[in-house]
Design a protein around this ligand. Structure first.
Ligand SMILES: [Mg+2]
Length: 183
């Protein structure tokens, strides 16, 4: 029984964790054979209530493009939010993705024409981004949320997430000096 619990909980465990997307660099990805990124939007690229990309985020996309690493923005948020953010950047996107369900991940992979082992999933939430990426058998990278506040639906997920993170820390699966994870 205990083993089964571990297996289930490990579906929420990211392969890697970073403080921000800017720690994700083309050279490291290439070394792993990665050719594509599926990234979350809210609290991963910018704060959930910030409409447009920052200069730094634009630069990050540009850097990936220069290194032939494809990026797809995949968000559970609505069409208006995701379209108005992504279109000016000229980055492919999927809105209303229903992560952690698998359909949007399959769709993104098809569009990018990449193998599973060539894709990383980046996001700030265990219950949507990491669980979804793990279920789809993709490499997952958890980022620290850009702001501590969230939209109303996310707040519920965060409570579950905090318990998962503290369990991972106790087990030594994850180590984070970030204040937020200690709560
Ligand atoms: Mg998010």
């Amino acid at each position: 029984m205990l083993i089964e619990v571990n297996v289930v909980l490990k579906m929420f465990l990211p392969d890697e964790h970073v403080h921000s997307i800017f720690e994700i660099r083309p050279d490291d990805l290439k070394e792993k054979g990665i050719k594509g990124i599926i990234t979350d939007l809210d609290n991963t690229l910018v704060a959930w209530d910030q409409k447009d990309a920052t200069k730094e985020v634009e630069q990050w996309f540009k850097l990936m493009k220069e290194n032939d690493i494809q990026v797809t923005i995949m968000s559970n948020n609505n069409e208006e939010r995701v379209t108005s953010f992504s279109e000016p950047l000229n980055i492919p996107f999927i809105h209303s993705a229903r992560k952690p369900l698998g359909q949007a991940f399959r769709q993104a992979r098809k569009v990018m024409k990449l193998e599973k082992k060539e894709i990383v999933v980046v996001g700030d939430q265990l219950l949507t981004d990491v669980l979804g990426g793990n279920r789809a058998n993709l490499y997952t990278i958890l980022v620290v949320p850009i702001v501590q506040t969230d939209g109303v639906f996310t707040r519920i997920n965060r409570k579950v997430e905090r318990r998962l993170l503290s369990w991972f820390q106790r087990k030594g699966y994850i180590s984070w000096e970030e204040e937020r994870w200690k709560k």
